[in-house]
Structure formats: structure tokens, C-alpha cells
Design a protein around this ligand. Structure first.
Ligand SMILES: NC(=O)c1ccc[n+]([C@@H]2O[C@H](COP(=O)([O-])OP(=O)(O)OC[C@H]3O[C@@H](n4cnc5c(N)ncnc54)[C@H](O)[C@@H]3O)[C@@H](O)[C@H]2O)c1
Length: 384
């Protein structure tokens, strides 16, 4: 058995996503399971070095997670040929500069979404990687959500017949910070355009690859945004104006005729099965897809309701759905994609989730913002 070590520069990992999803639940989890076993002969073992601006924060995270290597000197880290991957989970607006430096150093690039807030910039970064011949990838974690995997299994088995429409509902109440005992639970930059915030740029990136891969290519969209809450309190306790959208109401028409409506909001309270649910209706069956669970109802078990507001509803509509059972082990979605990327780097296995694919998400978000501004439907054209 040989072990192939892969050094990874993990940048901006003291943040929410970097620490929890990428470092702890992905890279450390892979190390703790003994690496990625490839047949009987090979193990791929990731070896991270944490980079960032704040030495104290890095030292604390390194101590907490048992990672020995960290530095604030990114140039020195990039100069080390033993570390072949550069990963970035810093702020969206910081991403381009970091990617440029890492590409120059010849590193394989993996990063959080969105890669940029403008399509031209996202494409420029994709091209930069392609021209330099470095492997590259963008996080598309929702593809490996357990609920979505269960849905895909039934879709591929033909359960739904012809899929007609999809209703996605994403979001929850994000506290403003104005009430002392209800502190904010998302970073304040999310509500400032000048810092790369906004729910349209955040979520339409996800809905692009979710819709494309589950339901078909998107033909056109219409989108309305809103900034329902005009001011919030930041991490330091100061009031700031919200300069970008906190809610998004989008409709997508697919090339195959399927209609997808997605609401995304940080200003709604949850009375549904999960923080993200998608109701998929087809001629032969329907699904409610959550993060981990998926419930289905077939044509044969569809109830026959009668409209009568004069009596309490006699049908328990929730009882008519069946939960799709677990049929395998479902790992963390970020970890699964990390394993795919590490195999891509070590063994040249396919990895379709490139920066160019990620640019399609930025394109959808940019079109969403344009549709809102111009109050009209827009076509989604192929990226050059
Ligand atoms: N895949 C997903 O579902 C998902 C979810 C949330 C956020 N994200 C993306 O992940 C990224 C980070 O979001 P977050 O919620 O973790 O934000 P965060 O504010 O918690 O973390 C950002 C991190 O970047 C660091 N940073 C900022 N500027 C830097 C610089 N110049 N140099 C080095 N480090 C710098 C910050 O110190 C912080 O550690 C964003 O691009 C966001 O769009 C993805």
C-alpha cells in the first residue's frame, strides 16, 4: 500500500464555511478515516496548511483541530512545491486576487462559490486556470445532499413520469441583531453589496447547477428581489444600512418546458419540512425533497380532495406521502466533493465542476439582477 500525500493550502478557513464544512467536516474527516482508499494499493492523504491574515485566529483554529501547519505568509506557502492545491473560502470579492496568485504559482485551484459577482470576471478566472493548464473546481455541494440523492434515485427509476414543475423554497429568519437576546447568525457582509453580499448572487449560483443537473438546461428567467429589512446590526454592534437584496423570487423556464419557481429569503419563518424544500410534480408522482429526507406520492396514491371551506379539511394531506428510506451511507456533501477533487488531482479522474461551470452560476445570478432591474424575462445564452 502506498500513500500519496497531497498538500493543500487552505485560505480563509477561519470563516464559517472554511472552518466547519471544509476543514473539519471534509479534510479532517478524510484524515481521520485514514485518507481516501483507491483499491488495495493506494491511499490519498490530504495534508493542509492553514493561511489567513490573523495569526491568532489561525493558531487557535490549528490548535482546536490538531493541524500543525499554519501561516500568514501566503507567498511563502504558495512557493512550496510540496503543496499542490490552493483552496479559497475567503470573501467572494477577495477570491480573484488569491486565485491569480495561486495560478501563477502553478497550483490546482479549488474554491467556494460564487467565484465572482460578475460573469465576465468569473469567466476570466476560468480562462486563467485553463490557459495555465491547472486543474480547477468550484464547490457545488447541493448536488450531494442526501435528499437530492434520494430524489435522483427515484427520478432515474422513472417514478415521476414526465416532470412538470418544481417549487423550491429556501430560507429562514436571520435575526437583525436589534433585539439583544437574538444575536445575528450570518455574517453582516451578506447584506452589503459593496462586500459581495446579496441573496441573488448567493443562491442563484446554487440553483443553476441544481436545476441544470436535476431537471434540465435553463432557457430563460424572471426574477424579483427585495430588501425587506433596510438596516441591521453588525458584528461590532453598529447599525448599518442593508445595501443589497435579502429575498429573491425567481421563475425559470427550462428548455424541456419544465417550470421551476425558487423563493430564497432570509426574512421568512419556517413552516415546512426543512430549510430547503423542493416540491417536484410529475405525471406519475411527486416528491418533496429536503436536505436529508425525501418524501414521495405516486399517481395511484394521490388523494381526491373536494373544495369545501365550510368544514375542516377531512384529508390529512401529510399522511399521504411516503419517506424514501436510507439505502446507503450518506457522507457530508462537501466531503464527497473534496474526495472527487483530490482524486482528480492525484489520478486525473473526471471532475466536471470547473471554474467554467461555476461561471454559469454567476451568469444566472447576474441575469437575475438584470431581470429585476429591467422588470422583464431574460434568456440564458451559452457562455463564450
Ligand atoms: N457553498 C455554500 O453553500 C456556501 C455557503 C455560505 C457561504 N459560501 C461562500 O463561502 C465564502 C465565505 O463565506 P462565509 O459565510 O464562510 O463568510 P465568513 O465571513 O464567515 O468567512 C470569510 C473568511 O474569509 C476571511 N477573509 C476575508 N478577507 C480575507 C483576506 N483578504 N485574506 C484572507 N482571508 C480573508 C475572513 O477573515 C473569514 O475568515 C463566500 O464566498 C460565500 O459566498 C458558500
Amino acid at each position: 500500500m502506498t500513500t500519496r500525500r497531497i498538500g493543500i493550502i487552505m485560505n480563509g478557513v477561519t470563516g464559517r464555511m472554511g472552518t466547519n464544512q471544509h476543514l473539519i467536516r471534509s479534510i479532517i474527516a478524510i484524515r481521520q478515516q485514514g485518507g481516501i482508499k483507491i483499491g488495495n494499493d493506494l491511499t490519498i492523504m490530504p495534508d493542509p496548511i492553514l493561511t489567513g491574515r490573523n495569526a491568532d485566529k489561525l493558531a487557535a483554529l490549528a490548535a482546536k483541530t490538531g493541524i500543525s501547519r499554519f501561516t500568514t505568509d501566503l507567498d511563502a506557502a504558495l512557493a512550496n512545491p510540496e503543496d499542490e492545491i490552493f483552496f479559497d473560502a475567503s470573501g467572494t470579492l477577495q477570491r480573484a486576487e488569491f486565485i491569480e496568485r495561486a495560478v501563477k504559482a502553478g497550483k490546482a485551484i479549488y474554491c467556494e462559490k460564487p467565484t465572482a459577482v460578475e460573469t465576465s470576471e468569473a469567466l476570466r478566472l476560468a480562462k486563467l486556470c485553463e490557459d495555465a493548464g491547472v486543474k480547477n473546481g468550484v464547490v457545488q455541494d447541493k448536488l450531494w445532499l442526501t435528499g437530492i440523492r434520494k430524489f435522483k434515485l427515484l427520478r432515474d427509476q422513472g417514478f415521476f413520469g414526465r416532470i412538470l414543475s418544481v417549487r423550491g423554497e429556501f430560507g429562514y429568519w436571520v435575526f437583525t441583531g436589534e433585539d439583544g437576546d437574538q444575536p445575528i447568525q450570518r455574517p453582516s457582509w451578506n447584506y452589503r453589496k459593496e462586500d459581495g453580499g446579496g441573496i441573488i448572487i448567493d443562491m442563484l449560483c446554487h440553483w443553476r447547477y441544481v436545476i441544470d443537473s436535476l431537471f434540465g438546461p435553463i432557457k430563460s428567467l424572471t426574477c424579483t428581489g427585495a430588501t425587506h429589512i433596510p438596516q441591521r446590526i453588525d458584528e461590532s454592534g453598529a447599525t448599518y444600512p442593508c445595501t443589497t437584496d435579502d429575498s429573491c423570487y425567481a421563475t425559470f423556464e427550462l428548455e424541456n418546458g419544465v417550470i421551476c419557481q425558487f423563493n430564497s429569503s432570509w426574512t421568512v419563518r419556517v413552516r415546512r419540512d426543512d430549510l430547503l424544500t423542493m416540491q417536484v410534480d410529475g405525471t406519475h408522482g411527486s416528491a418533496i425533497v429536503g436536505l436529508r429526507k425525501c418524501w414521495v406520492q405516486s399517481l395511484g396514491t394521490t388523494p381526491r380532495p373536494v373544495w369545501n371551506p365550510d368544514i375542516d379539511q377531512p384529508i390529512d394531506f401529510f399522511a399521504g406521502w411516503q419517506e424514501v428510506p436510507d439505502t446507503t451511507t450518506y457522507e457530508n456533501a462537501f466531503k464527497i466533493q473534496w474526495e472527487e477533487f483530490l482524486k482528480h488531482v492525484a489520478l486525473d479522474t473526471p471532475f466536471p465542476y470547473s471554474l467554467r461551470e461555476g461561471a454559469k452560476g454567476v451568469q444566472l445570478a447576474e441575469l437575475g439582477l438584470q431581470s429585476w432591474a429591467e422588470r422583464r424575462w431574460l434568456d440564458v445564452t451559452p457562455l463564450e
